[in-house]
Design a binder for this molecule. Structure first.
Ligand code: DGI
Ligand code: FE
Ligand code: FE
Length: 187
């Protein structure tokens, strides 16, 4: 599938705003892949499809998590987390994407996971810093991503965890495990 076909495919799934976000993630992911030596074509495809399931009904996502025996803990945490693993599943099933590197980049783009692949890191950070993002702390992550992908990823995770804690929201264990795996490695 080429870029145009992939974009046409996701466009039907997304709102105008989310499609614009997707284009921002695509451009950013391509730059990061070039900078840090990831596969540029895979980065482009993973970025295009990363939010594919964002607007699926919660009940549909819940059903898929149960039927496909995904991590059952997902159901005890925010439904905001569900579109990532469900997206990976649906992109394979409905769009025919079967490259495992692309699929795990989609699967873990919200929570991260310990020992993330280079492509997973590229997509996580691109999703966080694309030009349409304007939240506090994003500029610092953009600057870190100029030189060091791991430091950018750690800072994005710290910001996300702090943001959730300020809102009294629970933190998904994989998100914490991702943070822990990276601070251990970088100490
Ligand atoms: O889909 P996007 O908005 O582009 O970005 P995303 O896939 O990173 O999703 C962000 C949402 O997910 C945001 O509302 C916060 C939520 N989230 C991310 N990590 C966690 C989380 N929610 C909980 N409860 N726990 C987490 O660890
Ligand atoms: Fe997302
Ligand atoms: Fe996104």
């Amino acid at each position: 599938m080429n870029r145009e076909e992939a974009l046409n495919c996701v466009k039907e799934q997304l709102t105008e705003h989310r499609y614009t976000h997707t284009l921002g993630v695509m451009d950013t992911a391509i730059s990061l892949a070039e900078r840090f030596g990831a596969d540029v074509k895979k980065a482009e495809m993973a970025a295009i499809f990363h939010d594919y399931a964002k607007f699926r009904p919660k009940e549909e996502m819940k059903g898929i998590i149960q039927q496909e025996q995904m991590n059952p803990l997902l159901l005890d945490y925010s439904p905001e987390l569900w579109h990532a693993p469900v997206g990976a599943y649906l992109v394979k099933k409905e769009a025919g994407i079967d490259d495992q590197d692309i699929l795990t980049a989609i699967e873990f783009h919200t929570s991260g996971r310990p020992n993330m692949t280079l492509l997973e890191k590229v997509i996580y950070v691109a999703d966080y810093i694309e030009p349409g993002r304007h939240f506090p702390g994003v500029e610092e992550v953009r600057e870190l991503a100029e030189h060091d992908l791991d430091l950018a990823l750690i800072q994005a995770l710290k910001n996300t965890i702090s943001f959730l804690m300020k809102k009294n929201q629970p933190i998904f264990p994989d998100t914490l495990a991702t943070y822990n795996s990276l601070v251990h490695k970088n100490n």
